[in-house]
Design a protein around this ligand. Sequence first.
Ligand SMILES: Cc1cc2nc3c(=O)[nH]c(=O)nc-3n(C[C@H](O)[C@H](O)[C@H](O)COP(=O)(O)OP(=O)(O)OC[C@H]3O[C@@H](n4cnc5c(N)ncnc54)[C@H](O)[C@@H]3O)c2cc1C
Length: 403
Amino acid sequence: MPTQPESDVQASEDAFRTEVRQFLAAHFPAELSGTGNMLAGLDGPTNETPVQKKWREAVGERGWGTPTWPKEYGGGGLTKGQARIIEHEFAKVGAYNPIGGMGVMMFGPTLLEYGDEKQKLEHIPPICRGEIRWCQGYSEPNAGSDLANLQTFAVDKGDHYLVNGQKTWTSGGQWADKCFAIVRTDRSDKHKGISFMLIDMDAPGVEVRPITMISGTSPFCETFFTDVKVPKENLVGREGQGWTIGKRLLQHERTNISGGGRLAGMMGQSLADVAKKYCETGGDGALVNKVLRDKIADFEIRSNSFLLTARRAVEESKAQGGVSEISSVLKKVGTKLAQERSELLIEIRGLQGLGWEGDEFGDDELEDVRGWLFGKAATIYGGSTEVQNNIIAKRVLGMLDHQ
Ligand SMILES: Cc1cc2nc3c(=O)[nH]c(=O)nc-3n(C[C@H](O)[C@H](O)[C@H](O)COP(=O)(O)OP(=O)(O)OC[C@H]3O[C@@H](n4cnc5c(N)ncnc54)[C@H](O)[C@@H]3O)c2cc1C
């Protein structure tokens, strides 16, 4: 394929940068500058204000929240270079990407790979516009690390399946419109008896019960399916292909959890700046406590190296056709670093870093304590660290027989 001369690439990137700046000037409300991407959270557009809604719609209409996804399904149809320009220009004015959630992180890319044309046309555009909230129906009371042990069963009833069973730890289940689920369609084969299907959360027979977490919030649920009718057209791929599709989705999930996820989000706040606020500094402005100084420097070096490595690994995987088992390495290391960072914040703040409520604590202090506790879950969800170790041993290092 002929390559574009470098000067042409530069000119078209410059033109695109101007377009993004004009778009921001016309559509990004200054009052949202610096606010977080709350709408990409589990509750999606549940509580958005009219101003947030307008911003979501403006970005969604252009497909710029999912910039590299195909245009025919509502994505931006842009190159990686253009996507980076959007990221960069948005960051410069403190604009968040209002399109997100599980649809963007894991379900969309999986459906683009395994869905049929009708499914893609139906489900991808609303994800690109941030209109639909998806939840993940994988784990069950006896199927977490050993996910293929799942027992939720779908009986073939001709034009539909009748689904019965229980899922658990369904993040955002109480707000979700739809659920991508792996269910059993055949009991005779542990892995080949699993199918991947899409279930409406408001279908008769679906019930959710929120579970309260240690951080005090209830972002996830038990989900019960009792005689839930699922149309045959909601089966993704072939019957029995669910384990392959489901594992692929987990690679997207793990890449997102680590690569650009929690840790990257945290790095906006400089640990050194926080430390200078809480700890004694000398005449040169440096921290007097040399041990703490060393710990912060060591952490910043390792985490920044990790983020660069993660970025490179993700780009390399994409160039080779998508995410890969490297996602397990990224998830293992990225979640550990995020936990380390939360611990360091507490060490820096001392007792002031352990408040649960009360006027003597600032909002950021209270938020970070909850983040520290929630962060404990990061080495569990998306597959525990021990499970990642098994995958790395088997599939990355080839230390054990494949199964
Ligand atoms: C905050 C949060 C959100 C979640 N959201 C969702 C969601 O939206 N949808 C969903 O389907 N699930 C979700 N999960 C569930 C998550 O995927 C499971 O918790 C996880 O896979 C572990 O399964 P389990 O809890 O059943 O633990 P178990 O599988 O019972 O594991 C218990 C312990 O044993 C260890 N262990 C188990 N097997 C092995 C092994 N073979 N080798 C070494 N160690 C092993 C594990 O590492 C763990 O420490 C969420 C979990 C959390 C904490």
